[in-house]
Write a protein that binds this ligand. Sequence first.
Ligand SMILES: Cc1ncc(COP(=O)(O)O)c(C=O)c1O
Length: 359
Amino acid sequence: MIALPDFPWDRLAPYKELAQAHADGIADLSVGTPVDPVPAVARKALAAAADSPGYPQTHGTARLREAAAGWLRRRHGVTVDPADVLPTIGSKELVAWLPTLLGAGRGDRVVIPELAYPTYDVGARLAGAEPYAVDGLVAVGPERVPLVWVNSPSNPTGRVLPAEHLRKVVAWARERGAVVASDECYLELGWEDHPVSVLHPDVCGGSHEGILAVHSLSKRSNLAGYRAGFVAGDPVLVKRLLEVRKHAGMMVSAPVQAAMAAVLDDDEHADEQRGRYARRREVLRPALERAGWRIDHSTAGLYLWATDGTDCWDQVRGLAEKGILVAPGDFYGAAGRAHVRVALTATDERIDAVVRRLQ
Ligand SMILES: Cc1ncc(COP(=O)(O)O)c(C=O)c1O
């Protein structure tokens, strides 16, 4: 049996109950799940593709791959051949299985950020490999590792890795034959910083060798419920992933592929959603600061990484007593023990309730 960590959210259940007992109800800023409507452009495309009796293509339709390549070019200055795009069943699925799909296993260490989305760790374990949570690659020394994960903007900290930092990671990995997988699911949510893709020429020098960028439509287009993501990059690696995924039945349903293509072609709904998060962030951040919290990093992404200097679970309890549920920083690594992660994913009405309760 592979030893998996306890599912962390179960530990938050008593605080959820406490927050739910608030007279005006819970304001849940813990899980970063979208609460705004699925854009009309997605629903229309999904409905139009409802009559899909045949098996979908694991590689995705040409229409979808062209839309993904078009979006990367238009919004992020990245040029990829549509052949080097591969749809995934949301990005969590790929994060969890990438080490396995790449053939990592016993004796390998997969490098993950010190403060990170927990699924990088789980993915290493599912492959029988070991997660190695470290930010500075110097600490890895001469060891050969199969895979290095980066995540910018970061969940949970909202930190952005500048192009120069990413360039060094890519150079380091290429020297050692390691794959760099860059989780870019918050790439369009830059606030004070402008996030850059690992596939941008400023980072990779124009070659995608050894690099994969992982994207998600969950947050950009409120498609978390559809399970819609894709991976793009090194043609050889994408081909290898495609081969295994075909055998393993890891394919995105045809109606979801149609919805993905439609939202990737459309920026209007994404800008509108970005505006909603920007407004929520503008009221939540000063409200937390006035109430005694310091916000660290958080220059991009969907979260405020906040601390009042006490243990994260004391902060979780104090906020739950006000009916506000947040995630304790230690869910993301021991270095998060003095922080809480505050998600921007609540309705304007609930965000306003939080602001009132913090006064
Ligand atoms: C850093 C990061 N990667 C991946 C995911 C998974 O997203 P999805 O599976 O919805 O695409 C999340 C979800 O919150 C995340 O925060």
